[in-house]
Ligand binder design. Structure first.
Ligand SMILES: [Zn+2]
Ligand SMILES: [Zn+2]
Length: 176
């Protein structure tokens, strides 16, 4: 298993002494990565650009990765691609006020792992779908319609739904 504690720890102290506008880009590439306790990622690729501003260090990240997911429609496992971007200002302690959330640490080292994790997690769909045209499971026999067909009669029309449909149709006509 890959240890993650130091992979995103960047030494940015030297940038503090550069001119305003100075930028340094850090690249990242991991075939497998665990962020935090249980966020397992594959094919992680990205970059963080650190720019010296008047107030602090602006960190702009772009990351792509993939995560193993289970399709909410057919229950098959599949690889879900993720893409995220972030832009966060780490303020110099001398410029900080009560509203400041992120500060440039005194030791000049910033661990970006929590940020990268947070932003990639936001991209994980609540109900992942393996592909846009996933046919899902047969509601009657449960076979995966992406892989096989069944003989179930799928067009079971509930008589109550028919009534409702008729009602809706007539009210639509009334509006027109
Ligand atoms: Zn599916
Ligand atoms: Zn069936």
């Amino acid at each position: 298993m890959t240890k993650t504690s130091l992979e995103f720890l960047l030494e940015v102290g030297f940038i503090i002494h550069e001119e305003i506008g100075y930028q340094r880009v850090f690249d990242f590439e991991f075939s497998h990565l665990t962020l935090g306790e249980d966020f397992l990622l594959e094919s992680v690729s990205g970059a963080i650009a650190i720019t010296r501003t008047g107030e602090g260090l602006l960190a702009q990240g772009v990351f792509t990765a993939s995560v193993q997911a289970t399709c909410a429609r057919c229950l098959d496992g599949f690889t879900q691609p993720l893409q995220s971007e972030f832009s966060e200002l780490f303020t110099f302690p001398s410029h900080a006020d009560a509203a400041t959330e992120l500060l440039v640490p005194a030791n000049g080292k910033i661990d970006f792992a929590p940020l990268v994790r947070e932003y990639l997690l936001l991209e994980v769909p609540i109900s992942p779908i393996c592909r846009p045209d996933c046919k899902g499971l047969c509601p009657q026999c449960g076979v995966n319609h992406n892989h096989e067909q069944c003989d179930c009669v799928t067009e079971v029309i509930d008589p109550r739904m028919e009534k409702l449909k008729a009602l809706l149709d007539s009210s639509n006509n009334a509006e027109a």
